[in-house]
Design a protein around this ligand. Structure first.
Ligand code: CP
Ligand code: NVA
Length: 346
C-alpha cells in the first residue's frame, strides 16, 4: 500500500542520512567505513515548500524544515502573523498566490475545511500538517517507530535481537505482527488518523474516552472509518481499564488541544481517571511488556512521569521519526512532482 511505501522510504532515507546507521563496509586496508552513506535524492533542489502554519509547532515545523534542506530544497515558514491570509486576503486567493511561487504547501490549520479550501484552489499539492480532524504525518511517524521496534512485540524476532538489538532494529524493517493498540483520552486529530490507518494494516484499536459525544470521533471521521471498513477493527468504551485490555501499545494525546484552552477546567474534570499509569494498565490487563507512545507536546495529567520517562516509552524515537516520515512524503509528493503537474488556471 501507499502507507507501506512511505514507511519503507522513510526508513531508507533515515539509514542513508545518519552516519551511525549507514551500513558499514570493509575497506581494502581492513578498516570499516560508512562508505555507503549517501546523499538523499535532491528532489527539492531549487524548490520551495511553503509551511503555512496558523498554529504553533515544534516537531512538525522542525521536521519539515530539516527534511526540506536534506532534500536540497527550502521550506519557507509562513506563520499566521506573517502573511495576509485570513486577515486581508481569502484562503482561495492565498492558495493561488502561494502555489504560484512554491512547489508544495504543508499547512497547519484550524478548521479542517480550511485545508480543503486550500487544496481546492492551490495549483500545487497540499499536505495536511494538522487540522481539527486529522494529523496524518503524525501517525506515519508512529507507524515507523512501531515497525522499527517490531522485535519488542515478537518473541521470534526478540531472540535474534538478544544477540544484537541494534542491528535488528536498524538493518532492515521487520514486519509488525498484528498488534492491539489502545488509545486512552480525548478523541482528537491524532486518534482519528489512527482509526483510519491501523485497522487497514491488520491491527486492532481499542479506545477509552468519556461518553460525551464531544470527546468521541465526529461524524465526518466516523463516516470515513466506515467507508474504509475500519470500524470492524475498533472497540470503543468509556472505561480506560477496559480500553487497555490486552494492549501491546498504549497511546494518548493532550486532553486540551490547541484552540480548546478555554475549556481547560471542564476537560480536566471530565478526563479524571484517564491518566495513563502503570497502575491503570496493570488493572486493565495490558500485556506485561506494553509500550507507550505520545505525539507530544505532553502534559502530566494525561500520562505520569513514570510511564513517560520510563523504559516502556518510545516517545522520543517517535518525535525523531517525524523528520524521516515527513521527508519521505515531501520527496514523494513535492519532489517527484514538477511544473508539468501544475493545475491549469480555472
Ligand atoms: N506532534 C506534533 O505535531 O508536535 P508539534 O505541534 O510540536 O508540531
Ligand atoms: N491534538 C493535539 C495534537 C498536537 C500535536 C492538538 O491538536 O493540539
Amino acid at each position: 500500500t501507499q502507507i507501506h511505501r512511505v514507511i519503507a522510504h522513510s526508513f531508507h532515507l533515515k539509514r542513508i542520512s545518519l552516519p551511525w546507521l549507514a551500513p558499514q563496509t570493509r575497506l581494502e586496508n581492513g578498516k570499516m567505513s560508512n562508505q555507503r552513506l549517501r546523499m538523499p535524492s535532491q528532489s527539492l533542489f531549487n524548490k520551495t515548500v511553503a509551511l503555512l502554519f496558523s498554529k504553533r509547532s515544534t516537531r512538525t515545523r522542525l521536521a519539515a524544515e530539516t527534511a526540506a534542506s536534506l532534500l536540497g530544497g527550502r521550506a519557507l515558514f509562513l506563520g499566521k502573523d506573517d502573511i495576509q491570509i485570513g486577515v486581508n486576503e481569502s484562503v482561495r486567493d492565498s492558495a493561488r498566490v502561494i502555489g504560484g511561487m512554491c512547489e508544495g504547501i504543508f499547512a497547519r490549520v484550524g478548521d479542517h475545511s480550511e485545508i480543503e479550501e486550500l487544496a481546492r484552489y492551490s495549483p500545487v499539492p497540499v499536505l495536511n500538517a494538522l487540522s481539527s480532524l486529522w494529523h496524518p504525518t503524525q501517525v506515519l511517524a508512529d507507524l515507523l517507530t512501531l515497525t522499527e521496534n517490531a522485535y519488542l512485540f515478537d518473541s521470534s524476532l526478540r531472540s535474534r535481537a538478544n544477540k544484537d538489538a541494534y542491528s535488528t532494529k536498524h538493518k532492515q524493517l521487520d514486519e509488525l505482527r498484528p498488534l492491539t493498540i489502545a488509545y486512552v483520552g480525548d478523541c482528537a486529530n491524532v486518534l482519528n488518523d489512527m482509526l483510519v490507518m491501523y485497522p487497514r494494516l491488520g491491527h486492532k484499536v481499542r479506545v477509552g474516552a468519556p461518553e460525551n459525544p464531544k470527546y468521541r470521533p465526529p461524524k465526518a471521521v466516523w463516516d470515513r472509518v466506515v467507508e474504509l471498513g475500519c470500524d470492524k477493527g475498533i472497540f470503543m468504551t468509556a472505561d480506560p481499564r477496559e480500553a487497555v485490555h490486552g494492549a501491546d501499545v498504549v497511546i494518548t494525546d493532550t486532553w486540551i488541544s490547541m484552540g480548546q484552552e478555554a475549556e481547560k477546567e471542564q476537560r480536566l474534570k471530565d478526563f479524571e481517571g484517564y491518566q495513563v499509569t502503570e497502575k491503570l494498565c496493570k488493572e486493565g490487563g495490558a500485556n506485561a511488556d506494553w509500550k507507550f507512545m505520545h505525539c507530544l507536546p505532553r502534559k502530566q495529567e494525561e500520562v505520569d512521569d513514570e510511564v513517560f520517562y520510563g523504559p516502556r516509552s518510545l516517545v522520543f524515537e517517535e518525535s525523531d521519526n517525524r523528520k524521516w516520515t515527513i521527508m519521505a512524503v515531501f520527496d514523494l509528493l513535492f519532489g517527484k512532482w514538477d511544473l508539468v503537474g501544475r493545475k491549469q488556471e480555472a
